[in-house]
Design a protein around this ligand. Structure first.
Ligand SMILES: Cc1cc2nc3c(=O)[nH]c(=O)nc-3n(C[C@H](O)[C@H](O)[C@H](O)COP(=O)(O)O)c2cc1C
Length: 389
């Protein structure tokens, strides 16, 4: 997609999304747990990490490719799993899958996706991953695992930080439920955003498509997800022969235990602050976890990443790969497929610009050396990112 850029920064995408979306939908995307302290801190912490510029060290054709697990991605970042993406804009799910294919980056499909996991795999191809919630009974979860295998998924992500869905005050205030219940308040909200509302009505109100609505195993967003326990993880490791990643890890003792089970990668995340408001910023947990699992265990990071510079900081602090949640939804809501494409391109450009400032030719060689003062040592104790991959 060419033409003038529809988005030139994350703030741009967010401002446009806010205009186009009904308040209830914008709040579902942006909102988080409790008083939203954790989600704000996830963002603020990036401001405390300073990078060390190197002069007289020009960089030609910086290398951004990433060999992660058994993939060869063009970029060191990808799309985190999010439920109900078609709420951002009709067709968002397909836009995500196709953009991931075009940019050759991973797209993690949520259990609560608004298109079926089978369709998303067809639209996306090899770099499409499936994220599992043990929502309801474990039998339902095993059925989803079987479906993912049959559909040809090679990478499964088990999310473990949602034993219950937290209290999200904005959703409670706005009456956001899945499937929608539309009362007077919601009608006014939709009427004030006619472009989104008409498009959404014409294309069909989004619903969780991996479940049959109204049937016994219909998706209940508030159902307990406590079936995801250590025993389940052991069983899953035995059953799933492809890559298995555990998402939502914030504690170094948990990380070590997960590593010992033979999991292929650990995903450090506090769910973007959407679960535990008292959680530390995820970036603080990252070097601690890198320390505890050693330099060779593949590590993904998300929560609070908004720019290419943030991605570089997370890689310097021990991540091998970085994922983004809300910014992706904001870009889609701002200007659908073109917005997404423009946002992914700008992240790449931002990384290249930062690499030039740092005199860094190859992102695979990044280490704490690019940090101005050793943030990791100051706040977490020493760690070493060399030979992470
Ligand atoms: C609207 C929305 C829906 C989400 N749904 C899921 C989900 O279904 N499964 C999951 O593992 N994480 C889900 N997440 C969490 C993201 O995968 C990711 O961890 C988080 O958004 C990262 O933080 P960020 O938004 O600051 O980038 C969701 C996040 C958002 C914003």
């Amino acid at each position: 997609m060419s033409g003038p850029k529809s988005i030139i920064s994350f703030d741009d995408a967010k401002a446009k999304a806010k205009k186009r979306l009904p308040r209830m939908i914008f709040d579902f995307i942006e909102g988080s747990a409790g008083r939203e302290i954790a989600s704000n801190k996830n963002l603020e912490i990036f401001n405390d990490v300073y990078l060390r510029s190197k002069v007289l060290a020009p960089v030609d054709n910086p290398k951004l490719n990433s060999n992660f697990l058994n993939y060869s991605f063009n970029l060191p970042f990808g799309i985190a799993p999010m439920g109900m993406c078609n709420l951002a804009w009709p067709g968002a799910d397909r836009n995500l899958a196709e953009a991931a294919k075009k940019f050759n980056l991973p797209h993690c499909v949520s259990t609560a996706a608004s298109s079926s996991l089978e369709d998303l795999k067809i639209w996306g191809d090899e770099q499409t991953w499936f994220q599992l919630y043990v929502n309801g009974t474990t039998e339902d979860a095993w059925a989803l695992v079987d479906r993912a295998e049959t559909a040809g998924y090679k990478t499964l992500v088990l999310t473990v930080d949602v034993p219950v869905v937290s209290r999200r005050v904005r959703d409670l205030r706005n009456g956001f439920v899945v499937p929608f219940k539309i009362g007077f308040k919601q009608l006014i909200d939709f009427a004030l955003h006619p472009h989104w509302s008409l498009k959404t009505i014409v294309n069909g109100i989004p619903e969780p498509k991996n479940f049959r609505v109204g049937s016994q195993n219909s998706f209940d967003r508030n159902a307990s997800r406590a079936g995801a326990n250590w025993e389940f993880l052991h069983d899953l490791r035995k059953k799933w022969k492809g890559n298995l990643i555990v998402k939502g890890v914030m504690d170094q003792v948990d990380a070590k235990r997960i590593q010992n089970i033979g999991i292929d990668a650990i995903w450090v995340s506090n769910h973007g602050g959407r679960q535990l408001d008292g959680s530390p910023p995820a970036l603080l947990a990252l070097p601690k976890i890198r320390n505890s699992i050693g330099p060779n265990m593949p590590l993904i990071f998300d929560s609070g990443v908004r720019s290419g510079e943030d991605i570089v900081k997370a890689l310097a602090l021990g991540a091998n790969f970085v994922m983004l949640g809300r910014p992706i939804m904001m870009a889609l809501a701002a200007s659908s497929g073109k917005g997404l494409s423009d946002y992914l391109s700008l992240l790449k450009e931002e990384i290249e610009v930062v690499m030039a400032q740092l005199g860094l030719a190859d992102l695979n060689k990044i280490s704490t050396d690019v940090l101005f003062d050793d943030f990791s040592v100051k706040s977490q104790g020493e760690f070493n990112t060399e030979n992470k991959l």
